[in-house]
Design a protein around this ligand. Structure first.
Ligand SMILES: [Zn+2]
Length: 57
C-alpha cells in the first residue's frame, strides 16, 4: 500500500506522515490533517471504516 495521507493523498516524499495502526491495517495521515482525525473524525468516513464512531459521546 502506498504511503499517503488518507485525506489529501500527500505522499511521504512530500510531507512527514503519521502512521495509524488500525484494525490490522496501516493508514497514514499528514500533520495538516491530524487535527481532523482528532476533532472531526466523522469527516474521515469513507477513508477510514467506522471513523464516525471514533468520538466518544
Ligand atoms: Zn493530509
Amino acid at each position: 500500500m502506498e504511503k499517503k495521507c488518507i485525506v489529501c493523498n500527500v505522499t511521504n516524499q512530500q510531507a512527514p506522515l503519521i502512521l495509524l495502526d488500525y484494525q490490522n491495517n496501516e493508514y497514514y495521515i499528514c500533520p495538516q490533517h491530524l487535527p481532523v482525525l482528532i476533532h472531526h473524525p466523522e469527516e474521515l468516513m469513507g477513508s477510514l471504516p467506522g471513523a464516525e464512531n471514533f468520538k466518544a459521546g
